[in-house]
Write a protein that binds this ligand. Sequence first.
Ligand code: HMG
Ligand code: MG
Length: 299
Amino acid sequence: MTLHLPKKVTIVEVGPRDGLQNEKSFIPTEVKKQFINRLKNAGIKEMELTSFVSPKWVPQMGDATEIVADCLDSTTRNIVLAPNQKGIDRVLETNCKAVAVFVGVSNTFNKKNINKTTEESLEELKPIIKNLKDQNFFVRACISTSFYCPYEGKIEEEDTLKLCSEFVAAGVDELSIADTIGMASPGESYSLFTKIKEAFPHTLINAHFHDTRKMALTNIFAALQAGVDRFDTSAGGLGGCPFAPGATGNVATEDVVYMLDRMGIETGIDLTELVKAVDMVAPYLSRKIDSTYYRLQHA
Ligand code: HMG
Ligand code: MG
Protein backbone atom coordinates (compact mmCIF):
# COMPACT_ATOMS: atom_id res chain seq x y z
CA MET A 1 0.00 0.00 0.00
CA THR A 2 1.34 3.46 -0.85
CA LEU A 3 0.73 6.12 1.77
CA HIS A 4 -0.30 9.54 0.49
CA LEU A 5 1.41 11.95 2.81
CA PRO A 6 2.33 15.63 2.61
CA LYS A 7 5.96 16.78 3.03
CA LYS A 8 4.90 19.48 5.47
CA VAL A 9 2.07 19.97 7.94
CA THR A 10 0.92 23.22 9.55
CA ILE A 11 0.12 23.05 13.21
CA VAL A 12 -2.38 25.60 14.50
CA GLU A 13 -1.74 25.74 18.23
CA VAL A 14 -4.98 26.16 20.20
CA GLY A 15 -3.59 25.66 23.73
CA PRO A 16 -3.87 29.26 24.95
CA ARG A 17 -7.56 29.30 23.89
CA ASP A 18 -9.15 25.83 23.79
CA GLY A 19 -6.53 24.54 26.26
CA LEU A 20 -7.09 27.14 28.95
CA GLN A 21 -10.76 28.14 28.49
CA ASN A 22 -12.01 25.22 30.58
CA GLU A 23 -9.66 25.79 33.54
CA LYS A 24 -11.75 26.66 36.57
CA SER A 25 -9.24 28.85 38.44
CA PHE A 26 -8.22 32.02 36.69
CA ILE A 27 -4.72 31.71 35.23
CA PRO A 28 -2.81 34.98 35.63
CA THR A 29 -2.65 36.99 32.41
CA GLU A 30 1.15 37.19 32.63
CA VAL A 31 1.35 33.38 32.70
CA LYS A 32 -0.85 33.13 29.61
CA LYS A 33 1.39 35.63 27.81
CA GLN A 34 4.53 33.69 28.74
CA PHE A 35 2.89 30.47 27.57
CA ILE A 36 2.10 32.08 24.22
CA ASN A 37 5.66 33.39 23.86
CA ARG A 38 7.18 30.03 24.75
CA LEU A 39 4.99 28.35 22.13
CA LYS A 40 6.22 30.82 19.54
CA ASN A 41 9.81 30.06 20.62
CA ALA A 42 9.06 26.42 19.90
CA GLY A 43 8.28 27.32 16.28
CA ILE A 44 4.48 27.71 16.31
CA LYS A 45 3.49 29.97 13.41
CA GLU A 46 -0.31 29.92 13.74
CA MET A 47 -2.07 30.11 17.08
CA GLU A 48 -5.42 30.85 18.70
CA LEU A 49 -4.43 33.32 21.41
CA THR A 50 -7.73 33.85 23.22
CA SER A 51 -11.42 34.52 22.63
CA PHE A 52 -13.60 37.61 22.76
CA VAL A 53 -16.60 35.85 24.27
CA SER A 54 -18.78 36.88 27.18
CA PRO A 55 -16.72 36.90 30.38
CA LYS A 56 -19.90 35.83 32.17
CA TRP A 57 -19.99 32.65 30.11
CA VAL A 58 -16.23 31.98 30.06
CA PRO A 59 -14.47 33.99 32.80
CA GLN A 60 -11.07 32.49 31.93
CA MET A 61 -11.06 34.43 28.63
CA GLY A 62 -11.96 37.72 30.33
CA ASP A 63 -8.45 39.10 29.74
CA ALA A 64 -8.58 38.78 25.93
CA THR A 65 -7.86 42.47 25.32
CA GLU A 66 -4.75 42.44 27.52
CA ILE A 67 -3.49 39.24 25.91
CA VAL A 68 -3.84 40.62 22.41
CA ALA A 69 -2.28 43.95 23.37
CA ASP A 70 1.01 42.20 24.19
CA CYS A 71 1.08 39.08 22.05
CA LEU A 72 0.81 40.17 18.43
CA ASP A 73 3.87 39.84 16.19
CA SER A 74 4.51 39.88 12.47
CA THR A 75 5.75 36.30 12.04
CA THR A 76 2.82 34.43 13.59
CA ARG A 77 -0.79 34.24 12.47
CA ASN A 78 -2.33 35.31 15.79
CA ILE A 79 -5.99 34.27 15.74
CA VAL A 80 -8.74 35.22 18.19
CA LEU A 81 -12.21 33.76 18.51
CA ALA A 82 -15.35 35.89 18.41
CA PRO A 83 -18.93 34.60 18.49
CA ASN A 84 -20.93 37.70 17.55
CA GLN A 85 -20.84 41.40 16.59
CA LYS A 86 -20.05 42.45 20.15
CA GLY A 87 -16.98 40.17 20.09
CA ILE A 88 -15.93 41.58 16.71
CA ASP A 89 -16.31 45.16 18.00
CA ARG A 90 -13.88 44.27 20.78
CA VAL A 91 -11.46 42.68 18.29
CA LEU A 92 -11.58 45.80 16.10
CA GLU A 93 -10.28 47.84 19.03
CA THR A 94 -7.06 45.77 18.85
CA ASN A 95 -4.50 45.30 16.06
CA CYS A 96 -5.41 41.67 15.54
CA LYS A 97 -5.99 40.69 11.89
CA ALA A 98 -7.17 37.08 12.16
CA VAL A 99 -10.51 35.94 13.54
CA ALA A 100 -12.16 32.58 14.11
CA VAL A 101 -15.93 32.43 14.22
CA PHE A 102 -17.50 29.26 15.57
CA VAL A 103 -20.74 27.43 15.14
CA GLY A 104 -22.02 23.92 15.74
CA VAL A 105 -23.67 21.73 13.10
CA SER A 106 -25.99 20.60 15.87
CA ASN A 107 -28.65 23.07 16.94
CA THR A 108 -28.76 21.88 20.53
CA PHE A 109 -25.01 22.30 20.99
CA ASN A 110 -25.12 25.71 19.35
CA LYS A 111 -27.87 26.90 21.70
CA LYS A 112 -25.90 25.70 24.74
CA ASN A 113 -22.62 27.19 23.47
CA ILE A 114 -23.68 30.53 22.01
CA ASN A 115 -27.36 30.81 22.83
CA LYS A 116 -28.49 30.78 19.20
CA THR A 117 -29.66 28.16 16.74
CA THR A 118 -27.26 27.19 13.98
CA GLU A 119 -29.36 29.12 11.46
CA GLU A 120 -29.47 32.26 13.63
CA SER A 121 -25.67 32.14 14.09
CA LEU A 122 -25.11 31.71 10.40
CA GLU A 123 -27.31 34.71 9.54
CA GLU A 124 -25.48 36.84 12.12
CA LEU A 125 -22.04 35.70 10.95
CA LYS A 126 -22.44 36.11 7.17
CA PRO A 127 -22.23 39.95 7.14
CA ILE A 128 -19.58 39.85 9.86
CA ILE A 129 -17.39 37.63 7.66
CA LYS A 130 -17.94 39.91 4.67
CA ASN A 131 -16.91 42.98 6.67
CA LEU A 132 -13.82 41.23 8.02
CA LYS A 133 -12.79 40.12 4.53
CA ASP A 134 -13.33 43.67 3.23
CA GLN A 135 -10.82 44.75 5.89
CA ASN A 136 -8.33 42.05 4.85
CA PHE A 137 -8.74 39.86 7.89
CA PHE A 138 -7.88 36.18 7.82
CA VAL A 139 -11.11 34.42 8.77
CA ARG A 140 -11.55 30.86 9.88
CA ALA A 141 -14.79 29.11 10.72
CA CYS A 142 -14.62 26.46 13.43
CA ILE A 143 -17.34 23.91 12.73
CA SER A 144 -18.17 22.21 16.02
CA THR A 145 -19.92 18.84 16.32
CA SER A 146 -18.92 17.94 12.77
CA PHE A 147 -19.12 14.21 13.59
CA TYR A 148 -21.03 13.80 16.87
CA CYS A 149 -22.95 16.05 19.26
CA PRO A 150 -23.05 15.48 23.01
CA TYR A 151 -26.82 16.12 22.93
CA GLU A 152 -27.99 14.93 19.50
CA GLY A 153 -25.60 12.04 18.79
CA LYS A 154 -24.40 11.20 15.28
CA ILE A 155 -24.27 14.10 12.82
CA GLU A 156 -24.89 13.31 9.17
CA GLU A 157 -22.02 14.11 6.79
CA GLU A 158 -24.38 15.99 4.50
CA ASP A 159 -25.36 18.38 7.33
CA THR A 160 -21.71 19.17 8.06
CA LEU A 161 -20.98 19.62 4.35
CA LYS A 162 -23.97 21.93 3.97
CA LEU A 163 -22.86 24.17 6.84
CA CYS A 164 -19.30 24.22 5.48
CA SER A 165 -20.57 25.32 2.07
CA GLU A 166 -22.44 28.24 3.68
CA PHE A 167 -19.21 29.45 5.31
CA VAL A 168 -17.19 28.97 2.13
CA ALA A 169 -19.81 30.99 0.22
CA ALA A 170 -19.61 33.66 2.94
CA GLY A 171 -15.90 34.00 2.16
CA VAL A 172 -13.92 32.29 4.94
CA ASP A 173 -10.28 31.41 4.29
CA GLU A 174 -10.28 28.30 6.42
CA LEU A 175 -12.62 25.66 7.80
CA SER A 176 -11.59 23.98 11.03
CA ILE A 177 -13.62 20.80 11.23
CA ALA A 178 -14.03 19.80 14.86
CA ASP A 179 -14.64 16.49 16.53
CA THR A 180 -15.80 18.35 19.65
CA ILE A 181 -16.31 15.30 21.88
CA GLY A 182 -13.59 13.07 20.43
CA MET A 183 -15.91 10.43 19.07
CA ALA A 184 -15.05 10.18 15.37
CA SER A 185 -13.50 6.95 14.12
CA PRO A 186 -10.67 6.85 11.57
CA GLY A 187 -13.13 5.64 8.93
CA GLU A 188 -15.42 8.61 9.62
CA SER A 189 -12.45 10.98 9.60
CA TYR A 190 -11.25 9.67 6.22
CA SER A 191 -14.72 9.76 4.71
CA LEU A 192 -15.70 13.27 5.83
CA PHE A 193 -12.32 14.84 5.04
CA THR A 194 -12.22 13.22 1.60
CA LYS A 195 -15.59 14.82 0.81
CA ILE A 196 -14.64 18.18 2.31
CA LYS A 197 -11.33 18.33 0.42
CA GLU A 198 -13.15 17.50 -2.82
CA ALA A 199 -15.97 19.98 -2.24
CA PHE A 200 -13.83 22.98 -1.21
CA PRO A 201 -10.55 22.84 -3.15
CA HIS A 202 -9.80 26.56 -2.66
CA THR A 203 -10.34 26.71 1.11
CA LEU A 204 -7.79 25.79 3.77
CA ILE A 205 -9.03 22.67 5.53
CA ASN A 206 -8.00 21.99 9.09
CA ALA A 207 -8.85 19.06 11.37
CA HIS A 208 -9.55 19.75 15.07
CA PHE A 209 -9.61 16.53 17.08
CA HIS A 210 -10.32 16.21 20.77
CA ASP A 211 -8.72 13.10 22.23
CA THR A 212 -11.47 11.95 24.57
CA ARG A 213 -11.33 8.34 23.37
CA LYS A 214 -7.63 8.33 22.41
CA MET A 215 -8.49 8.13 18.72
CA ALA A 216 -7.14 11.53 17.71
CA LEU A 217 -3.79 10.35 16.33
CA THR A 218 -5.42 7.65 14.22
CA ASN A 219 -8.01 10.18 13.06
CA ILE A 220 -5.18 12.54 12.08
CA PHE A 221 -3.48 9.72 10.19
CA ALA A 222 -6.75 9.07 8.34
CA ALA A 223 -7.20 12.80 7.62
CA LEU A 224 -3.63 12.98 6.23
CA GLN A 225 -4.58 10.22 3.82
CA ALA A 226 -7.56 12.32 2.75
CA GLY A 227 -5.19 15.19 1.92
CA VAL A 228 -5.49 17.32 5.08
CA ASP A 229 -2.25 19.09 5.99
CA ARG A 230 -3.40 21.48 8.74
CA PHE A 231 -4.24 20.40 12.29
CA ASP A 232 -5.40 22.21 15.42
CA THR A 233 -3.52 20.81 18.39
CA SER A 234 -2.98 21.89 21.98
CA ALA A 235 0.31 21.82 23.88
CA GLY A 236 0.05 19.44 26.82
CA GLY A 237 -3.19 17.99 25.42
CA LEU A 238 -5.18 20.65 27.29
CA GLY A 239 -8.60 21.64 26.11
CA GLY A 240 -12.32 21.12 26.11
CA CYS A 241 -15.40 23.17 25.54
CA PRO A 242 -17.22 24.11 28.77
CA PHE A 243 -20.56 23.55 27.00
CA ALA A 244 -19.79 20.08 25.60
CA PRO A 245 -20.13 17.60 28.48
CA GLY A 246 -17.52 14.85 28.37
CA ALA A 247 -15.23 16.69 25.96
CA THR A 248 -11.69 16.40 27.24
CA GLY A 249 -8.41 17.70 25.90
CA ASN A 250 -7.43 18.43 22.35
CA VAL A 251 -4.87 16.12 20.84
CA ALA A 252 -1.47 17.09 22.28
CA THR A 253 0.77 19.13 19.99
CA GLU A 254 3.84 17.19 21.18
CA ASP A 255 2.27 13.81 20.36
CA VAL A 256 1.27 14.99 16.88
CA VAL A 257 4.67 16.58 16.18
CA TYR A 258 6.44 13.44 17.41
CA MET A 259 4.34 11.23 15.12
CA LEU A 260 4.85 13.53 12.14
CA ASP A 261 8.62 13.78 12.81
CA ARG A 262 8.81 9.98 12.83
CA MET A 263 6.98 9.93 9.49
CA GLY A 264 9.44 12.41 7.98
CA ILE A 265 6.81 15.17 7.76
CA GLU A 266 8.07 18.66 8.58
CA THR A 267 6.28 20.89 11.10
CA GLY A 268 9.05 23.36 12.00
CA ILE A 269 8.36 22.73 15.70
CA ASP A 270 11.09 22.00 18.24
CA LEU A 271 9.88 19.36 20.70
CA THR A 272 12.34 20.34 23.44
CA GLU A 273 11.12 23.94 23.42
CA LEU A 274 7.50 22.76 23.26
CA VAL A 275 7.95 20.68 26.41
CA LYS A 276 9.47 23.74 28.12
CA ALA A 277 6.33 25.72 27.25
CA VAL A 278 4.16 23.04 28.86
CA ASP A 279 6.46 22.88 31.90
CA MET A 280 5.99 26.62 32.36
CA VAL A 281 2.18 26.54 32.42
CA ALA A 282 1.70 23.16 34.15
CA PRO A 283 1.91 24.42 37.77
CA TYR A 284 -1.03 26.76 37.13
CA LEU A 285 -3.38 24.04 35.86
CA SER A 286 -5.94 21.97 37.71
CA ARG A 287 -5.23 18.86 35.66
CA LYS A 288 -2.22 16.66 35.17
CA ILE A 289 -0.51 16.71 31.79
CA ASP A 290 -0.95 13.24 30.35
CA SER A 291 0.28 13.44 26.79
CA THR A 292 2.47 10.46 26.00
CA TYR A 293 5.47 12.44 24.76
CA TYR A 294 5.42 14.77 27.78
CA ARG A 295 5.12 11.86 30.23
CA LEU A 296 8.05 10.02 28.66
CA GLN A 297 10.20 13.16 28.84
CA HIS A 298 9.51 13.36 32.57
CA ALA A 299 9.74 9.65 33.38
P1 HMG B 1 -25.94 35.92 25.50
O1 HMG B 1 -26.08 35.93 26.98
O2 HMG B 1 -27.04 35.33 24.67
O3 HMG B 1 -25.56 37.37 24.95
O4 HMG B 1 -24.58 35.15 25.18
P2 HMG B 1 -26.47 38.65 24.65
O5 HMG B 1 -26.23 39.01 23.23
O6 HMG B 1 -27.88 38.41 25.12
O7 HMG B 1 -25.79 39.74 25.60
C1 HMG B 1 -25.82 39.60 27.01
C2 HMG B 1 -24.70 40.41 27.63
O8 HMG B 1 -23.43 39.85 27.23
C3 HMG B 1 -24.66 41.88 27.20
O9 HMG B 1 -24.11 42.61 28.27
C4 HMG B 1 -23.66 41.88 26.07
O10 HMG B 1 -23.02 43.12 25.87
C5 HMG B 1 -22.64 40.85 26.57
P3 HMG B 1 -25.06 43.40 29.32
O11 HMG B 1 -25.88 44.31 28.45
O12 HMG B 1 -25.88 42.35 30.00
O13 HMG B 1 -24.06 44.07 30.21
N1 HMG B 1 -21.91 40.22 25.47
C6 HMG B 1 -20.57 40.18 25.38
N2 HMG B 1 -19.60 40.62 26.20
C7 HMG B 1 -18.32 40.41 25.77
N3 HMG B 1 -17.99 39.80 24.62
C8 HMG B 1 -18.96 39.34 23.79
C9 HMG B 1 -20.30 39.52 24.17
N4 HMG B 1 -21.48 39.21 23.58
C10 HMG B 1 -22.45 39.63 24.38
N5 HMG B 1 -18.62 38.75 22.64
C11 HMG B 1 -22.68 34.73 23.79
C12 HMG B 1 -24.18 34.92 23.83
C13 HMG B 1 -22.32 34.27 22.39
C14 HMG B 1 -21.99 36.05 24.10
C15 HMG B 1 -22.27 33.68 24.86
O14 HMG B 1 -23.05 32.55 24.66
C16 HMG B 1 -20.82 33.30 24.79
O15 HMG B 1 -19.93 34.10 25.09
N6 HMG B 1 -20.51 32.05 24.40
C17 HMG B 1 -19.13 31.63 24.23
C18 HMG B 1 -19.02 30.19 24.51
C19 HMG B 1 -17.58 29.75 24.34
O16 HMG B 1 -16.64 30.52 24.43
N7 HMG B 1 -17.39 28.43 24.07
C20 HMG B 1 -16.09 27.89 23.86
C21 HMG B 1 -15.51 28.23 22.53
S1 HMG B 1 -16.12 27.21 21.22
C22 HMG B 1 -15.22 25.75 21.37
O17 HMG B 1 -14.47 25.56 22.29
C23 HMG B 1 -15.31 24.77 20.25
C24 HMG B 1 -14.07 24.74 19.33
O18 HMG B 1 -12.89 24.45 20.06
C25 HMG B 1 -14.27 23.67 18.25
C26 HMG B 1 -14.70 22.32 18.85
O19 HMG B 1 -13.87 21.66 19.52
O20 HMG B 1 -15.88 21.99 18.68
C27 HMG B 1 -13.89 26.09 18.63
MG1 MG C 1 -12.22 22.47 20.60
